[in-house]
Design a protein around this ligand. Structure first.
Ligand code: ACM
Length: 767
């Protein structure tokens, strides 16, 4: 005891002189809080939590005690004891030390705001409402990282930037147990999210018990089998295993109560009028055709949608009545996305209904559908949220819009004075890949790195102040086609949900990616220790390729500390050259690079195969820019000597065009002789990606007047990447123009029928 006591004082002295060193992890900053607080002032010293510390709690609100109990659960788990609690009446003066004092403070205006003061004498937590107390406790818990019982002294004043901070989970494509749902809710609470969007119904399964419609449980909740591998793998294969499940109403009540204690509102989503095949499989009269359908066994968008007849409206009102009984949420999500209009076009009933109601097209019919449901939901005192398609054909009067196909839907809705939750695919789809390494676990596609999520700005600059107030927050979506297990979900959400937490909570001006990464490292270690399965790409080498003035590569890691080494011959090791500036690529070959700490490789080694050709590194001009959704490598990526992935079009090499051709002018700088093109086109028809029809080659001496050299037809096929080798005969020219003619509108009856196909090109090799 004596020894411990003197050690205690040595530690106090040491901490008294040192403002930055932490006792528990070497270089990590002391205040590893995510999301970072609005204001944080580091103080000297610390407070040690021990059995002798007690909590004092205002005696007028049982919620405040419940939150203190919540803190005690963690204290018990971590230290094996609980802190004593005592209660005090309003007006009592608190002056004893060794206390964690919970104190109401009216001057804190934001209901979720709090102040946290840790000093050598104790911990004081100020708040106006119980939810502020809860967020202060979350901050306190993060300060306990590692094994330490020492809390660093600090003064924090905190409140969120956005009122809506959401995470979504699709439990229809794959089903998750109540115990995992609770864990997911705990993750949300830890990072100060306050909305859980529970996606409960889909083509592939109906997951909520509805007493009035038992076939939703016996039929719609189960599918015969499930697609194996990726949707783009042809031919499709299935596992032959019946799959499904649903939550009983008792389970749902239990989860809602669990979330409420963590200040998380649950928004149930009941999809309509599309993504309804499971319900139609159970009750075929809800569809527009007489044909029997089955619960879907593969992914995508399906033509069997609800028919806007009285039977359907009765069904949906009955369902929503039970749903609203279970979920106290102000918002009820009614879906509204991806509803093919084919059956409505072909249905005499729908056409008659349109005529009767003077609806000019099927989009207006969808709007009629949504507005009718909105009226019903409003009549129960609730409000609807819908995906941004609900803008098409006219927005329902009180609807909140979730903008997922980019920011535009959200901008349009805000301009029409509707509230908006931003959740664009570019930054907020956590079903996308998070690294470009080929051993990354299977995902739907795309590439949304941690840094990209961190860079997200939910409120577009172009909105006026008044319009901007309609952007109430942001959300990440977790679609689970390729997430069969809780471990996979954890891998996909961590650490990206921590980055988004900072986007929606912390002041914009306080955001700094490097600083975030420094706080993230110990948090990830902690999550792993607690049994979670986070991804960690912080030490992976990221390569950015520059082309135009030759080909050069910039190598970096998210983690600031490691040394990066590289080689162009063989494997990279601790003796390879250290990267100082950009690496210039002169010849074909493989660049390998990795990061090293204390002579040990950490993270993935990057390996890039360069196949230099006559146009690689040359100045180029693209006549149509690729879509900003698929240009992460920049326009020059199609002339940088590097091919794209054979499996994934979301990497930095593939460029994607939506509704435009790819046309490029190459400036060789001097007369150059060439004779052939090697082209590669991504072929993912399930994702609306089609090879082009044809390619024209032109030559020019001045870059303005071009003459056609040859036209080539592009072959189609079933392979993921279509390759085409075209020989156009020997040409000597200073400029070459390559015009790739896109596929055009996708044929009816296919995925994306009626929409423009995407065109993906990775490299235009000129020899
Ligand atoms: C969506 O991703 N279909 C909303």
């Amino acid at each position: 005891m004596k020894f411990n006591f003197s050690l205690f004082f040595i530690v106090v002295l040491f901490w008294g002189c040192s403002t930055t060193k932490s006792m528990t992890y070497n270089q990590a900053p002391k205040y590893n809080i995510i999301p970072y607080p609005a204001e944080l002032l580091a103080q000297k010293g610390f407070f040690r939590v021990s059995k002798n510390v007690s909590m004092v709690i205002p005696d007028d609100n049982p919620e405040l005690k419940a939150n203190a109990d919540y803190l005690n659960v963690f204290v018990k788990e971590k230290f094996g004891y609980t802190l004593k609690q005592s209660f005090y009446a309003k007006g009592t003066k608190l002056n004893a030390s060794s206390l964690i004092s919970f104190i109401k403070l009216k001057s804190i205006v934001q209901p979720e705001g709090y102040q946290l003061v840790i000093s050598q004498d104790g911990v004081k937590i100020f708040f106006a409402e119980a939810k502020g107390q809860f967020y202060a406790i979350q901050t306190l818990l993060q300060l306990f990282q590692g094994e330490t019982s020492y809390l660093p002294a600090v003064t924090i004043k905190d409140a969120p930037r956005y009122a809506y901070r959401g995470m979504h989970l699709d439990v229809a494509r794959h089903f998750f147990s109540v115990s995992f749902i609770k864990k997911y809710i705990d993750y949300l609470a830890k990072y100060k999210y306050n909305n859980f969007h529970w996606h409960l119904t889909e083509d592939q399964g109906w997951r909520i018990e509805i007493k009035k419609y038992p076939k939703l449980q016996t039929v719609a909740a189960f599918r015969d089998e499930t697609l194996v591998g990726h949707y783009s793998d042809q031919p499709h294969q299935f596992d032959g295993q019946k799959y499904g499940g649903y939550y009983t109403q008792d389970e749902i009540r239990d989860v809602v109560a669990y979330a409420k204690k963590r200040y998380i509102n649950i928004i149930p989503e009941i999809e309509m009028p599309g993504h309804a095949q499971a319900a139609i499989a159970a009750y075929p009269e809800l569809g527009c055709t007489e044909k029997a359908v089955k619960v879907a066994t593969k992914w995508g968008v399906f033509e069997d949608v609800y028919c806007p007849n009285e039977q359907t409206f009765q069904f949906l009102e009955d369902v929503l009545t039970e749903v609203m009984d279970l979920f106290p949420s102000k918002y009820i999500h009614i879906g509204g996305d991806e509803c093919p209009k084919k059956q409505w076009k072909e249905s005499p009933f729908c056409q008659e209904l349109m005529k009767k109601n003077q609806l000019k097209d099927e989009h207006e019919l969808q709007s009629y559908f949504i507005q009718r449901m909105e009226k019903f939901i409003n009549s129960k005192g609730r409000q609807i949220i819908g995906w941004d398609e609900i803008l098409e054909g006219g927005l329902a009067p009180n609807a909140t819009v979730m903008s997922w196909r980019g920011m535009k839907g959200g901008i349009d809705a805000a301009k029409q004075n509707h509230d908006v939750i931003m959740t664009p695919g570019s930054h907020c789809y956590f079903d996308h890949y998070q690294s470009t390494y080929s051993d990354e676990p299977l995902a739907i596609g795309g590439f949304t790195s941690l840094e990209k999520v961190y860079s997200f700005e939910p409120t577009p600059m172009m909105l006026s102040q008044k319009e901007a107030r309609h952007i109430i927050g942001a959300q990440a979506n977790v679609w689970t086609e390729y997430m069969k297990t809780p471990e996979k979900v954890e891998y996909m959400i961590f650490p990206r949900m921590m980055a988004l937490a900072e986007v929606v909570w912390s002041p914009k001006g306080k955001r700094n990616f490097k600083n975030f990464v420094a706080r993230l490292e110990p948090q990830l270690a902690q999550l792993k220790k607690e049994g979670a399965n986070p991804a960690n790409h912080l030490f992976d080498v990221k390569a950015k390729i520059f082309s135009g003035d030759g080909v050069k590569v910039e190598l970096s890691t998210d983690a600031p500390s490691p040394t990066i080494r590289y080689t162009m011959s063989g494997d990279v090791n601790a003796a390879s050259s250290v990267v100082n500036t950009k690496v210039a690529i002169e010849n074909s070959g493989t660049l390998r690079a990795a990061s090293f700490v204390n002579g040990q490789q950490v993270g993935h080694a990057v390996s890039i195969q360069f196949q230099m050709h006559k146009a690689a590194g040359k100045t180029i001009e693209l006549i149509n820019n690729p879509s900003p959704k698929y240009n992460s490598g920049g326009n020059n990526a199609i002339f940088n000597g590097v091919l794209g992935s054979d499996a994934r079009y979301g990497d930095k090499e593939w460029l994607g065009w939506e509704g435009e051709d790819c046309a490029a002018i190459i400036d060789f700088g001097q007369a150059t002789t060439c004779q052939s093109l090697k082209l590669r086109f991504f072929n993912g028809k399930g994702q609306w990606i089609y090879p082009p029809q044809s390619v024209d080659v032109f030559r020019s001496e001045d870059g303005r007047h071009f003459t056609k050299v040859k036209n080539f037809k592009v072959p189609d096929g079933r392979q993921r990447v279509i390759t085409a080798d075209f020989n156009f005969g020997i040409v000597t020219a200073k400029y070459l123009k390559i015009h790739i003619h896109r596929h055009g509108i996708i044929e009816a009856g296919r995925q994306g029928g009626g929409h423009e196909a995407w065109l993906f090109v990775d490299e235009i090799v000129v020899e």
